[in-house]
Design a protein around this ligand. Structure first.
Ligand code: NAI
Length: 461
């Protein structure tokens, strides 16, 4: 029996951050991982998908450089792209995290953990099993892709992990589900030259976002050659040696679609069903998420849950934030979770990013809020980059001018959204930003310009 103080299960952006912070705060930490260090985000999620998107964008920029007076031609070696992504991005970051864990004296144990009681686990690795007891446990188990009966995973029907690691470039790809994963990977593969069809059950793509933002993405995907079928439901699939045939229903008509590969990206489910949770005394909600309080503590007071296994969006930065709070709670600090401003980004073209509350959410809460839009077509850096599509929307309190939220579509949206997140966290008003000096020219200036417009004295519009 191994007797431990703080045990963490899962080494994704929730688990490894919790391990490092717990160790920094003086705890003796054991981190258990059944796969490789880094979790979904680093190995088979956010990071490799951004790498493929970057490669696809570079390829498109080479093919369309005429407007800059550049005549260029490009050929793609997708196998080399994959080797670069795997070695220079994923493996590099994984070994970085491994080093960080070592430097912070985290005891890393490889194996699959399962609860044996409310305060003990068994960990199995290569046929051997060891037992562990813990004073405190942080569950950071992550999530996995949802499988649908109409298109079960197979050789040519894959999840995001399968598509990200595909060794060849498919000529045709059907994507079921146009959420974050479906839209980003549809764009990446269309940019490489694959003929992509996006099949979405609801009336629009990226249903979580305001249509003012998602319509811009839809327009660009169409420009890239992606066929978008909305209000379309996949009924069945047939996998052959060299293709997959999907049958789907749209406008009450059944149709078929053939492609080399099918990606199913209809959401993710929490991995709470894989760990003998019944023995732990933890309560789950009907969807399998761990019920937690403001300290991210489960119904077993010695067990905390963070990241994708708790309710809310499955976002790496949400998991890391919760990890740091939980580490402090276990160390006796009076810390609480507060999602005042949770950014969310979809890395499509244009990038779309949100933080804080939308205008609709503010109005539903009875807040007297107003929204101001500033177009990137009036931003000199965006013009110089020939990327003027999009806008910055900032939501503020009508009377106090306190900044409540933002929605940004456009180049660098994933970067400049942090300005507004910081403003919300620190309680800034429109005037505070309007009086801040932003570098010129920069895309972030659109935020300053927006606040001036919100105050009624715009310069650039
Ligand atoms: P999602 O919830 O974002 O989108 C799933 C989509 O599939 C929705 O549009 C839904 O209407 C559609 N759908 C569901 N069932 C369907 C069916 N049978 N036929 C056709 N369409 C159907 O889920 P996704 O894209 O799998 O991503 C999972 C999670 O991963 C997200 O909630 C997100 O938090 C996270 N993620 C975040 C990223 C980021 O931050 N940039 C990138 C990728 C994923």
């Amino acid at each position: 029996m191994n007797t431990c103080d703080t045990v963490i299960i899962g080494s994704g952006p929730g688990g490894y951050v919790a391990a490092i912070r717990c160790s920094q705060l003086g705890q003796n930490v054991t981190l258990i991982e059944k796969n490789v260090i880094g979790g979904t985000c680093l190995n088979v999620g956010c990071v490799p998908s951004k790498a493929l998107l970057q490669a696809g964008h570079t390829y498109q920029e080479i093919l369309h450089a005429e407007k800059f007076g550049i005549t260029a031609s490009g050929t793609l070696d997708f196998e080399k792209t994959q080797v670069w992504k795997n070695t220079q991005v994923v493996q590099k970051l994984r070994s970085g995290v491994t080093q960080l864990l070592k430097k912070n004296k985290v005891n890393v144990v490889f194996g699959e953990a399962k609860f044996t009681s409310k305060s003990s686990l068994s960990v199995s690795f290569e046929g051997k099993t060891e037992d562990y007891t813990f004073k405190n446990l942080i569950l950071a188990l992550g999530s996995r892709p949802i499988e649908i009966k109409a298109a079960p995973f197979g050789k040519r029907i894959v999840d995001s992990t399968g598509l990200l690691n595909i060794p060849f470039l498919p000529k045709t790809l059907s994507v079921i589900g146009a959420g974050y994963i479906g839209s980003e990977l549809a764009e990446a593969f269309a940019a490489f030259g694959t003929k992509v069809t996006l099949i979405e059950a609801t009336p629009g793509i990226l249903p979580g976002f305001n249509t003012k933002l998602s319509d811009l993405v839809k327009r660009n995907l169409t420009k890239l050659g992606v066929t978008i079928l909305t209000d379309a439901l996949v009924l069945s699939s047939k996998e052959d040696e060299d293709k997959v045939t999907l049958t789907y229903k749209k406008a009450d008509q059944e149709q078929t679609l053939e492609s080399d590969l099918v990606l199913v990206s209809v959401g993710r489910r929490p991995n709470t069903d894989l760990i003998n949770i019944n023995a732990s005394g933890i309560e789950l909600d009907p969807k399998g998420f761990v019920k937690v309080n403001k300290k991210s503590q489960s119904s077993n007071p010695n067990i905390y849950a963070i990241g994708d296994i708790t309710a809310g969006l499955a976002l790496a930065h949400k998991a890391s934030y919760e990890a740091k709070i939980v580490a402090e709670v276990i160390s006796g600090h009076p810390s609480l979770i507060d999602y005042k401003a949770m950014p969310a980004v979809c890395y499509t073209t244009p990038e779309i990013a949100t933080t804080g509350k939308s205008l609709e959410e503010c109005l539903a809460l009875g807040l007297k809020a107003v929204a101001t839009d500033f177009p990137l077509a009036a931003n000199s850096r965006a013009i110089a980059a020939s990327k003027t599509e999009g806008f910055v929307r900032i939501i503020s309190d009508e009377k106090t001018k306190l900044i409540l939220g933002a929605q940004i579509a456009g180049v660098s949206a994933s970067e400049i959204i942090s300005v507004v997140t910081l403003a919300i966290e620190t309680g800034l008003t429109l005037e505070d930003i309007a009086l801040t000096i932003f570098p010129h020219p920069s895309v972030s200036e659109a935020i300053m310009d927006n606040t001036e417009a919100g105050l009624g004295y715009p310069i650039h519009i």
